[in-house]
Every structure is written in structure tokens, then in C-alpha cells.
Design a binder for this molecule. Structure first.
Ligand code: NAD
Ligand code: UDP
Length: 325
């Protein structure tokens, strides 16, 4: 087995974090999962609690924490619009204070630290597809700013700790990712459409449904994050990770109806303020530096996600967001 590392995963009980913890535990690493369960469930990490190389800490990353580790994956942050807009001030604090706290650990322990940044740093992009060199079009005073600007400041802090303190950093910009363990009431488009379709409820298309997103399956995404952490330290990013196949939201709705065999009809709701009209990653850099590209296309990924949604008891899910549709 390769070298065993002590790895901290903040937000490790979440949708992506719990899968990342599984991968790292299976690889034999000593994994510490830190989470405050703001948007996640204990059931996400239940299976891992039986492993001797897995440990859970209930903690809020806006507060300092003293740990000795070799690597940190910083994922703690609500990610769905309904979740991050629920308490927007806390969202910005989580990104900014969370970054300062993990960078502090990394500096003290000489640990390598990876930031889960986002395609939201590009805002509503005027350049399509989006390369890493694009500086973005974010509205700093809109309802998405708490998340977008929080993540932008986190990138700034990572770069400044790197330049000023030689902290070993990695930044990945994650584009829309879906899969099993998404919160069924997170309000994101994939979870909403699947939940609505399997219950034969109306499918809520915001706007005319012509806005686009490019959907990456969870396993592909987590593979890219691990490759980024493990690659040569001179490559710090930021690097886009996501699936470049672009779909309109209406196309996504049609596919979900087809794969679920649902009787649901479409209803239109207003397009939320500042909703980006298009989004597609340029993954040239990830291909070149990480030898990575997604393998799981939307049909296979959606079918696996639908299967998972059919098998969970949705009444067990707490939603921080008051708005379920
Ligand atoms: P998620 O909401 O399932 O996971 C986030 C986790 O962070 C949750 O377990 C939550 O309880 C925890 N958390 C939130 N605030 C915290 C705090 N103050 N202290 C400790 N823990 C806290 O969302 P996800 O989709 O798994 O996203 C994980 C990371 O990836 C986030 O940083 C998100 O911004 C980033 N990301 C995700 C996507 C995507 O499409 N899934 C896209 C871009 C970026
Ligand atoms: N969306 C939609 N119906 C829904 C939920 C979302 O039409 O029930 C749209 C939303 O307006 C956006 C896209 O789907 O254009 C993706 O939304 P999501 O919240 O999943 O992610 P983000 O906007 O952060 O990419």
C-alpha cells in the first residue's frame, strides 16, 4: 500500500464529502471527518463509523480547531442555493473563516490543503465555455453573492497563504455535480426533478428552461479531487473539474421523466435572480495536468441517482431550507 496519511475532510458528512471519505478510508488512510451536519445527515457516514481508520468530529469550521494532519480537503460549506441563502451571513463566514482556519492548520502542520471552490466564481459568464483564466461576472450584492463572493475570497486567502507563507495549496473549481446522497430537499435541479418525477408531482422549470448546466457524476468528481491532491505540488490550480456535456434544464427534465417513467407535467416558475444562463467547464487543464476526464455520462449517472432516491425514506431528511419546491 502507498504511504498512509492523516487526512482531514471538512464537510465530510455531506454529499461529496462522504463519498470522498469512503474513498480515502478504503485506500487505508487515517481519515478525520469534520462536519456540523448543517446540510447533511448522520446516515451519510454511518457505515464509516465501524472503520478503525475513520473518526468523526462534530464541529463548526467557523471556529478554530487544533489537529495534526498531513492533508486537508476543505469542503465545509452549504452548496445548494436554497441552503446557502437560508443564512447568507453564515454562508460567507463559513467560506471565509473556514478557509482561514484550515489554512492555519496547514501552515502549522505543513499540511497540503485543497479548497473545494466552484464554477460560481464565474457568476453569470459572458465567456463560454469557462476556462480558468476567465475572471467572472459575479454580482457582489445579489442573493447568490454570499456563496460566490465567499468562495472567491477563500481562493484569495489560499493564494495569499501560498505566496506569503509557502502553504501547499490546491484549488479545484467544481461545476454542477449530482449523484446518490444529494439531499432530496436541497432545491438543486437534479434532486428536485427526480423527487418530483418519482412522486408524479409537477416538475418545476424555472424560467423557460433554456438555461444550461453541465452535470458531472459524483464518482468522476471525487476521482478528480483526489488526483489533484496527489499530483505534483507545483500544480496548485485553480483547475476546473466537471463534465463538459452541456444540457438545457428542459432537456434534463425530459430525461428525468423518461428514466423514471413518470406521469409528471412541467410547470414554469420565475427564474431566480442572478441565475446564470449558461455554464460549461473548459477542462483542457484537468485533462493535461491530472490526466482526468469524466467517464460517467448523464444517462448512467441519472439512472443510478434515481435508483438511490427510490430507496431512501425522504421523511428522514431534515431540510434547512423552508422552500421545498
Ligand atoms: P453538502 O451541503 O452536501 O456538503 C457540505 C457539508 O458541509 C455538509 O455536510 C454540511 O453539513 C457541512 N457544513 C456546512 N457548513 C459547515 C460549517 N460551518 N462547519 C462544518 N461543516 C459545515 O454539499 P456538497 O455538494 O457535498 O458540496 C461540498 C463542497 O463542494 C462545498 O464546499 C461546495 O461549495 C462545493 N461544490 C459543490 C458543487 C456541487 O455541485 N455539488 C459544485 C461546486 C462546489
Ligand atoms: N432549476 C429549475 N427547477 C428547479 C431547480 C432549479 O429549473 O426545481 C434551475 C435553476 O434555475 C438553474 C438550474 O436549474 O438554472 C440549476 O440550478 P441548481 O440550483 O441545481 O444549481 P446552480 O444554479 O447553482 O447551478
Amino acid at each position: 500500500m502507498s504511504h498512509i496519511k492523516r487526512i482531514l475532510v471538512t464537510g465530510g458528512a455531506g454529499f461529496l464529502g462522504s463519498h470522498l471519505c469512503e474513498r480515502l478510508v478504503e485506500a487505508g488512510h487515517d481519515v478525520i471527518c469534520l462536519d456540523n451536519f448543517f446540510t447533511s445527515q448522520k446516515s451519510n457516514i454511518e457505515r464509516l463509523l465501524d472503520f478503525h481508520n475513520f473518526e468523526f468530529i462534530r464541529h463548526d469550521i467557523t471556529m478554530p480547531v487544533w489537529l495534526e494532519v498531513d492533508e486537508i480537503y476543505n469542503l465545509a460549506c452549504p452548496a445548494a442555493p436554497g441552503h446557502y441563502q437560508y443564512n447568507p451571513i453564515k454562508t460567507t463566514k463559513t467560506s471565509v473563516m473556514g478557509a482561514i482556519n484550515v489554512l492555519g492548520i496547514a501552515k502549522r502542520c505543513r499540511a497540503r490543503v485543497l479548497q473545494a471552490s466552484t464554477s460560481e466564481v464565474y457568476g453569470d459568464p459572458e465567456i463560454h465555455p469557462q476556462p480558468e483564466s476567465y475572471r467572472g461576472n459575479v454580482n457582489p450584492i445579489g442573493p447568490r453573492a454570499c456563496y460566490d463572493e465567499g468562495k472567491r475570497v477563500a481562493e484569495t486567502l489560499f493564494m495569499d497563504y501560498h505566496r506569503s507563507n509557502r502553504v501547499e495549496i490546491k484549488i479545484v473549481r467544481i461545476f454542477n455535480t449530482y449523484g446518490p446522497r444529494m439531499h432530496p430537499y436541497d432545491g438543486r435541479v437534479v434532486s428536485n426533478f427526480i423527487r418530483q418525477a418519482i412522486n408524479d408531482e409537477p416538475i418545476t422549470l424555472y424560467g423557460d428552461g433554456s438555461q444550461t448546466r453541465s452535470f458531472c457524476y459524483r464518482d468522476d468528481l471525487v476521482e478528480a479531487m483526489i488526483r489533484m491532491m496527489d499530483c505534483d505540488g507545483s500544480f496548485i490550480g485553480p483547475v476546473n473539474i466537471g463534465n463538459p456535456h452541456e444540457f438545457t434544464i428542459r432537456q434534463l427534465a425530459e430525461l428525468v421523466v423518461k428514466y423514471t417513467g413518470s406521469k409528471s407535467k412541467f410547470v414554469h416558475k420565475p427564474l431566480p435572480e442572478d441565475d446564470p444562463l449558461q455554464r460549461q467547464p473548459d477542462i483542457t487543464l484537468a485533462k493535461e495536468k491530472l490526466d482526468w476526464e469524466p467517464k460517467i455520462e448523464l444517462e448512467a449517472g441519472l439512472k443510478a441517482t434515481i435508483e438511490w432516491f427510490r430507496n431512501i425514506d425522504m421523511s428522514h431528511y431534515r431540510a434547512p431550507t423552508p422552500n421545498h419546491d
